[in-house]
Design a protein around this ligand. Structure first.
Ligand code: 5GP
Ligand code: ZN
Length: 135
């Protein structure tokens, strides 16, 4: 038995503010929101992260995420949403049950996600061909 907070939330063993549920996915408010309305969308079936998830599971969760994003936009009157998932602790993942963050965003809310850089010389071509090799 996996000791997973999100599995416990899905099973109703831990409380949550659930906003959506279908056969494959559940959505509930994040306990520490970036902005009010910040929602997490998770598959009912435990899987650790995006990269290791099976394709069917991913499809149903992404469709649920779109529904939730539309609802969050309408309910919060946000100008936009960030939809993100962290894959691995080095990327900031702290709960190891796949989840999409749906984060409302507002004009001049001051959040910047991360700084951006530029490629040096031929670096961009090398990187593109390296990634293509693995697909
Ligand atoms: P991660 O850091 O893995 O990208 O996101 C995990 C998210 O889960 C965090 O934003 C955190 O606030 C949220 N979280 C952690 N524990 C709980 C909990 O018990 N209930 C709810 N609703 N959210 C949680
Ligand atoms: Zn789980």
């Amino acid at each position: 038995m996996i000791d997973c907070i999100f599995c416990k939330i899905i099973a109703g063993e831990l409380p949550s503010w659930k906003v959506y549920e279908d056969d494959h996915a559940v959505a509930f408010l994040d306990i520490h929101p970036v902005h009010e309305g910040h929602t997490l969308v998770v598959p009912k079936k435990h899987c650790t992260d995006f990269v290791s998830a099976d394709e069917n599971c991913l499809r149903s969760v992404i469709v649920a995420t779109q529904k939730v994003a539309r609802a969050v936009l309408a309910a919060t009157e946000a100008g936009g949403v960030n939809i993100t998932t962290a894959n691995g602790s080095v990327a900031g993942q702290s709960v190891f049950h796949l989840h999409w963050h749906v984060m409302p965003r507002f004009e001049n809310d001051g959040f910047r996600l991360w700084p951006q850089s530029t490629y040096a010389d031929t670096g961009v071509e090398l990187m593109a061909s390296e990634i293509k090799k693995w697909i």
